[in-house]
Write a protein that binds this ligand. Structure first.
Ligand SMILES: *[C@@H]1O[C@H](CO)[C@@H](O)[C@H](O)[C@H]1NC(C)=O
Ligand SMILES: *[C@@H]1O[C@H](CO)[C@@H](O)[C@H](O)[C@H]1NC(C)=O
Ligand SMILES: *[C@@H]1O[C@H](CO)[C@@H](O)[C@H](O)[C@H]1NC(C)=O
Ligand SMILES: *[C@@H]1O[C@H](CO)[C@@H](O)[C@H](O)[C@H]1NC(C)=O
Ligand SMILES: *[C@@H]1O[C@H](CO)[C@@H](O)[C@H](O)[C@H]1NC(C)=O
Ligand SMILES: *[C@@H]1O[C@H](CO)[C@@H](O)[C@H](O)[C@H]1NC(C)=O
Ligand SMILES: *[C@@H]1O[C@H](CO)[C@@H](O)[C@H](O)[C@H]1NC(C)=O
Ligand SMILES: *[C@@H]1O[C@H](CO)[C@@H](O)[C@H](O)[C@H]1NC(C)=O
Ligand SMILES: *[C@@H]1O[C@H](CO)[C@@H](O)[C@H](O)[C@H]1NC(C)=O
Length: 348
């Protein structure tokens, strides 16, 4: 008699467990995660009622919230402000309520173009272990970058461009741990006080896109033992810096580059022959520097180049000899240099 009863009770326990499980996710959203999102909402100013859909049980149906199809957990929080012309920014301290940590499955966090003036980037962002995409572009946080950000070892996109307002960084040590990074944008941060930036960036072997425009860099190593991203980096933007240096020869080792932007960066001296090693380049901008001398013959090896910008330098010599061989060029700007001879007719 005892056997069937026990059997029955374990069966009903199973059923009960199943029912309980359904109760927590039946609305398509885990209650802990819903509470965390509501705590977060409670602390922010949302002038345009962008979060008006954040009511009811099913947080997976809320604006900007995306849940995993199989797990039901919140995996993506996309609160990007897409209307900067009309003050659609979310504001306020609650923005960074640590209750958000309940979203432990979060892979994608986009808070770009919202306004966190006066708040520091919270340490706990470094605790979203599964985070792969973090976009804090134009968020106007104050203070530094928490070192704990370096714990996000799965991160492959990090956009911190204009994420800090009135703040400067003295090192990028935290960066060197983000070894999965493919896309890094640090433009408009103040890195004047981070002279060792290159060794941190050079620890990122999978980097494909690196933007460090307008960050006040003053140093770039003339020689390095090994450039780690020589076969992955396709886009390098170091424009608007103050290097006051010659063009480093190791740039020629990054043969995977398709776009190189070094305009307005205080480079002087001659363009090294090694430029010709960058045979995949489609875009090259060396404008507004103090480059001089003749354009090296090796320039004709840039056979895929579509855009060449070198205005406002002191480049000399004869244009014909190399320019007519650059047959794929669509946009060419060589204005304000000291070239002599005339434009080869084939390129006019
Ligand atoms: C998060 O928000 C909740 C609800 O508004 C509040 O009770 C809690 O104190 C906040 N926590 C932090 C760390 O701001
Ligand atoms: C931005 O906001 C204004 C005013 O609310 C609206 O007219 C406009 O359509 C919005 N633009 C976009 C791209 O949503
Ligand atoms: C970050 O967001 C902005 C818009 O808010 C977008 O233009 C930019 O491309 C994003 N960055 C990355 C690396 O996806
Ligand atoms: C996270 O980062 C902090 C500060 O950099 C460090 O002390 C801690 O050990 C790290 N935790 C993990 C799990 O890596
Ligand atoms: C950048 O930070 C340095 C201090 O490290 C400061 O002297 C400088 O004025 C800052 N530059 C800008 C543009 O804020
Ligand atoms: C990158 O290169 C440096 C030498 O410049 C080396 O010490 C370091 O181990 C390399 N890092 C990786 C991740 O390959
Ligand atoms: C650049 O490439 C050359 C030839 O492959 C190699 O000998 C040299 O070590 C490389 N330099 C750097 C800085 O990676
Ligand atoms: C053109 O420039 C080259 C190199 O700067 C110089 O040797 C040559 O004399 C110049 N020719 C004319 C006609 O100015
Ligand atoms: C420029 O080079 C072409 C062909 O190499 C030559 O015919 C021409 O005279 C040169 N012009 C100047 C000003 O040196």
């Amino acid at each position: 008699m005892g056997f069937p009863l026990r059997f029955l009770s374990s069966l009903s326990l199973c059923l009960l467990a199943l029912l309980l499980h359904r109760a927590t996710v039946t609305s398509g959203c885990f209650s802990m995660e819903r509470e965390a999102l509501l705590d977060f909402k409670a602390g922010i100013h949302d002038t345009h009622n962008r979060l008006s859909s954040w009511v009811g049980q099913d947080c997976c149906a809320w604006e900007g919230v995306i849940c995993g199809a199989t797990t039901g957990h919140v995996v993506m929080l996309d609160l990007r402000n897409t209307n900067i012309t009309d003050d659609w920014a979310l504001r306020g301290e609650g923005m960074m309520n640590s209750s958000l940590l309940a979203l432990s499955h979060l892979k994608h966090l986009d808070l770009s173009f919202n306004d966190f003036s006066g708040i520091r980037i919270p340490e706990f962002i470094g605790s979203f272990k599964k985070l792969r995409y973090l976009n804090l572009s134009s968020t106007r946080f104050m203070g530094g970058i928490p070192a704990r950000l370096g714990n996000l070892s799965s991160l492959y996109v990090l956009d911190l461009s204009y994420a800090l307002h009135f703040s400067s960084l003295d090192n990028l040590d935290w960066l060197s741990h983000l070894t999965s990074l493919k896309n890094l944008d640090l433009s408009w941060l103040n890195l004047t006080g981070a002279p060792d930036w290159f060794s941190s960036v050079n620890m990122l072997p999978s980097l494909q896109v690196l933007s460090m425009s307008y960050v006040g860099l003053k140093t770039i190593p003339a020689s390095v033992v090994h450039v780690n991203f020589t076969s992955s980096l396709t886009v390098l933007d170091l424009s608007f810096n103050n290097f006051d240096s010659t063009l480093p020869k190791w740039l020629g080792n990054i043969t995977s580059l398709t776009q190189l932007d070094l305009h307005y960066s205080g480079f002087y001296g001659v363009i090294p022959d090694a430029i010709g090693d960058l045979g995949s380049l489609t875009f090259l901008d060396l404008g507004f520097n103090q480059l001089e001398g003749t354009v090296p013959r090796s320039m004709v090896d840039l056979r895929r180049l579509k855009e060449l910008h070198m205005p406002r330098n002191q480049l000399t010599g004869n244009l014909s000899g190399w320019l007519e061989q650059m047959t794929n060029l669509i946009i060419l700007d060589l204005s304000y240099n000291l070239f002599n001879g005339s434009m080869p007719s084939s390129s006019v």
